[in-house]
Every structure is written in C-alpha cells, then in structure tokens.
Write a protein that binds this ligand. Sequence first.
Ligand code: SF4
Length: 329
Amino acid sequence: MKKVVVSGIRPTGDAHIGNYLGAIKYFVDLQNDDNECYYFVADLHALTTHPEPSILKKAVPEVVKTYLACGVDPKKAVLYVQSSAPAISELFMLLSNIAAVPLLQRCKVYQTQIKEEHKNDNFGLLGYPVLMAADILAHQANLVPVGEDQIPHLEMARDFAQAFNRRYKEVFVEPQAMLKKPIRIPGIDGKGKMSKSKGNTINLTDSYENIEKKLLVAPTDPKRARRNDPGTPNACPVIFEMHKLVSSKNQVKTINEECKRAGIGCRDCKKILIVNMEKMIKPIRERYKELETKPFIITEILAEGGEKAQKHIEKTIDAAANTMGIFRY
Ligand code: SF4
C-alpha cells in the first residue's frame, strides 16, 4: 500500500544548493518512490514572524517555481499552499482543544525562539506545533520527512493524535518520522553552514559566472600557501566538502590524493568543482527561467493542488468534528 508523505516548505526566496541537496532532492526521491506525497508551502506558519505582506505574497510562487525546477512533479505529488486547504485551519481549531498549554510552553523550539531569537511572543508561535499537527494529521500521513531539530514537533503531533484517539475514538493515524540524513553544506566563506542570512550561498539561479566568482575566492586549506605545499583535503573547509557533494567518487578520490602530494593546485581543483556545480545547477536554473515566463502555470498548479488537498482531508476533518459533537447544518 502507498504511504502518505506530508512535508511543508518555508516560503523564502533565493533557494541555494543547501536547500536543494538537504531537502528538495529528497522530496523528489520520495515522489519517485511511489509514495502519495503532499507538499505544501507553509504560508500560515510564516505569519508567526510577521513577514512583510508583499514579500510573503511574492515568496510563495517563487518557492513553488524552485521546487518545480528541481524536479517536484505535480503529476506525482500534490503541491499546494497551506491556506488554500482551509480545512487544515479548522483542524487546527479542533486540535487546540487537545493541546495542553504547558506542553506547548515547554517546547524547546518555542523557548529558543522567544529567549534566544527574541521573536515576537504571539499565540501563533506558541500554537505552531498544533498547526503543524493539523497539517500532518489532516492527511492521515504515515511518514513525515524531518530533520533532527523537527523531531519534537512531530512527537507532539503523535501526542495530539493519541490524546484525541483516547479521549474520543480512533480517528487519526499516528505519523512516523523519516529522519533525513543530515548533510552538511558549508557556506562559501568557510565559516559554518550555508545560510541565506549569512550571505554565503550559491543560489540555484546563479549564473556560471557567479558560481565561478564565488568559488574562486573561497578559502582552502591554509597550509597550501604555495602551489608546491602539500595539503590536507579534510582541512579544506569549502572546496573539498563541496566536491564530496557534487563531484564523482573517482574525482573526489583523485583530488584527495593529488592535494596531499601537491599534485594539483587549488585553482585547478576549484575549476573542476565549478564545472560540476554548473552541471548540477544549469538544468534547474534553466527550468526556473522558463517558469518565470509562464506564471499562469504556477497559478494553475496551486489552484489544482489546493483543491486536491482540501478534498483529501475533508473526510478526516469531518470525522474529527463529528466525533467531538460538531455537526454541519
Ligand atoms: S587542492 Fe583542492 S582540496 Fe586541496 S586545499 Fe586546494 S582546493 Fe582544497
């Protein structure tokens, strides 16, 4: 039997190779593995941090364009915007009567956002795990791809499903986590993870010239000050790490050996990486550009996806509401 997979996408623009290798590629594999996939753009979740409305409005189609360009196929996966399936908001309302406030307050992610990131302490932020549970439980999801940091949220969704099923009757499937293999994508400045906020990214829409410009100045093993100095690839914070992600196994093996005996210079090593990076990004960049000329395609896909998602969840939400004593008149 097909497994139902649900996952949310944050509506942020300028996707980079970290987003692709760490998440989007995985979504494409899941859809191709004959699962029943529902991928949504989490516009309601985004409201918790008060994005500028015009920016949020623009970011939604942009993120969809990126996912389509990367290979998410609307014939294989349902792609929709969270707010276009309003039954999710209804389930959020129903589940909020199950969710214990102290449990939400103890949530580590919430605490970090309030205490360390000084985010606005609103109910949306506190109730984030309830809305996330609604996203998942509405579809009766079996599997939810998550990073380690999202496990507490998924456990809460399971808790709410169990609490509901215990208090009323068995309505919800308890979702299981599919732990994504963590992939470390270094920023081009060599100072930690690739991140849009640090401005150290290679974007999926970068031209060949941009990729070249960014990688040619990226730091390498500091011990290779001169061409003849032997290096330690594992001390090369950007280039060797990226080779491991985008170059062939043979190329990585050769670079590893040649770097150690100063058989290859850093510039030539970078050039090999630039070619491989371009090979990966070019088809994505070209599909993205093509989609930019056809905005109606995005509108159609999202309208159809919203309809399909709403249809898929209505039965479950009606069952949950009826079980709680709510009837439609
Ligand atoms: S040869 Fe390549 S792997 Fe070695 S230090 Fe230079 S850039 Fe890094």
